[in-house]
Write a protein that binds this ligand. Structure first.
Ligand code: ZN
Length: 124
């Protein structure tokens, strides 16, 4: 049976261990360009910089500040910019927008109207 352990004063006697070291070296070398480009395999775990109302399937950025709270039929809510709140509301059965205290005048109404346009295929 092959010796898979490196013992003090001895080099690895196993070809399997040498193969593992070679695989590690190859993997490190092959990932060099990805490291140079700051590629992160865990990029999906980094927090979305957009508002909480932005749907994962919607790649658009927030065009404005968080202004509206979108509540669903059970009163669970997500705060969002008017753009993403309208898109969320358009696909949320029984949802409604509520303007946040510091929202611009008419934010909830604009969100509600825009969600209706999106539902009818007339909005963005
Ligand atoms: Zn947004």
């Amino acid at each position: 049976m092959a010796d898979h352990f490196v013992r003090a004063g001895r080099t690895a006697s196993s070809t399997s261990l040498a193969e593992l070291h070679q695989l590690c070296a190859n993997d490190y070398t092959s990932a060099a360009s990805r490291r140079a480009q700051d590629h992160r395999d865990d990029a999906h775990l980094i927090a979305d910089p957009r508002c909480p109302a932005a749907l994962p399937t919607d790649p658009t950025p927030c065009p404005g500040p968080i202004a509206v709270l979108v509540l669903d039929a059970r009163n669970a809510g997500a705060k969002g910019c008017e753009h993403h709140a309208a898109r969320l509301l358009a696909v949320l059965p029984g949802g409604r927008p509520v303007a946040l205290p510091d929202a611009p005048e008419g934010a909830a109404l604009r969100t509600f109207t825009a969600s209706g346009d999106i539902r009818r295929g007339e909005g963005q």
